[in-house]
Structures are given as C-alpha cells and as structure tokens.
Write a protein that binds this ligand. Structure first.
Ligand code: SF4
Ligand code: SF4
Length: 174
C-alpha cells in the first residue's frame, strides 16, 4: 500500500517536471478570437487587433465555413506582422467560432503598411467603402490609411476578388 502511494508521488513529480520543461521551452504568442469572413477573406478578431488569415494551404475549406484542425498551418497578417501559425486548439461554440492558434517560433516578420500616394489619389472615395476594417478615411480630400487599423489584407490595392478591383489609379502601395 505504502509502496503504491510512493509510486504515485514519483509519477506525479515526473509529470510535473515534464510539464514545466515543455512550458519553459516554448515561448509563443497566442491569437485567440472570433473567426469571420469579409469579402472572401478570413479574419480573426482578437482583443488586440484584427488579423487576416491566408488559408490557401489548408487541405479543406468549406465555402462560407472555415474548418480548422489541430496541426493546420495558416499565414496570418495584421498589426504590422506577418507570421505562420499553428492551430493548436479550436472551439466551435454556438455561432461563435473561436480558434486558439499559436505562432511558429521565430517565424514572425515585420511588414510594411499600405500607404496612399496623395499625388495619384483622385479622391474617388472607393477604397474607403471597400476597406473591411474602416482603416481608410479622407483627409483634406485625399485617402489616408490608419496603420493601427490596417490589417494589410491588400483589398484597397488589389481588390476583393469580386466587384471591387482595387484603387483605379494605382495610388495605394505597400
Ligand atoms: S481608391 Fe485610390 S484614388 Fe480613390 S480615394 Fe482611394 S486611394 Fe484615392
Ligand atoms: S490593406 Fe487596405 S483594405 Fe486592407 S485593412 Fe489596410 S487599408 Fe484596409
């Protein structure tokens, strides 16, 4: 009996050390938030920012649903970073899709923000209404991008794959 108790204590201690070793090795940022689709592009809205998801590498996507599984890799852009992330846990609640995804260590790179060249901007206002995050506004008759709201989805420059083909004068670049 006493021997069993001792064995149990040793196993518990080994497990505790194992868990600590794993958590000490892995330094990762967790993106946790609501998944949504805007103009054919998937986003994850976290408490800090809105990130665009490139899911083209996934083996299965289902039209207007996004089915992520543990181990899936997706590219994430937003908040001035570009990253490849691994999906680690996924919860599908009632009409609320919550993905918990962790970045691959050392994969993060900083990216440039989209910007408007005011000399080319003809003040048509079209990019303002097509930006999914409301990052573009008109200032003194020219479009201006708020980098804190921009998720670098590229819709203002390249279009949304539907009726909007991007800035008609090529005024937006990154
Ligand atoms: S779509 Fe291009 S030209 Fe029109 S307001 Fe935006 S930046 Fe200016
Ligand atoms: S890239 Fe353009 S459309 Fe996309 S969030 Fe930034 S400003 Fe808006």
């Amino acid at each position: 009996m006493q021997r069993n108790i001792l064995k149990g204590i040793i196993v518990f201690m080994l497990l505790a050390v194992g868990v600590f070793a794993v958590s000490a090795d892995v330094e990762q940022t967790t993106y946790e938030g609501k998944l949504m689709k805007v103009s054919k592009i998937w986003f994850i809205q976290t408490a800090a920012a809105m990130f665009g998801l490139d899911v083209t590498a996934l083996s299965q996507t289902y039209g207007d649903s996004l089915v992520l599984a543990n181990g899936d890799q997706v590219k994430i852009t937003g908040d001035m970073i570009e990253d490849v992330i691994n999906v680690t846990t996924l919860q599908l609640g009632e009409k609320l899709y919550t993905a918990k995804i962790e970045e691959s260590p050392a994969a993060t790179t900083e990216i440039k923000s989209y910007q408007v060249n005011p000399k080319r901007c003809i003040s048509c206002n079209l990019c303002v209404s097509n930006c999914p995050t409301g990052a573009i506004s008109m200032v003194n008759g020219k479009a201006v991008i708020d980098v804190s709201k921009c998720i670098q989805c590229g819709i203002c420059k390249n279009g949304n794959g539907q009726n909007w083909k991007g800035c008609p004068t090529g005024a937006i670049n990154n």
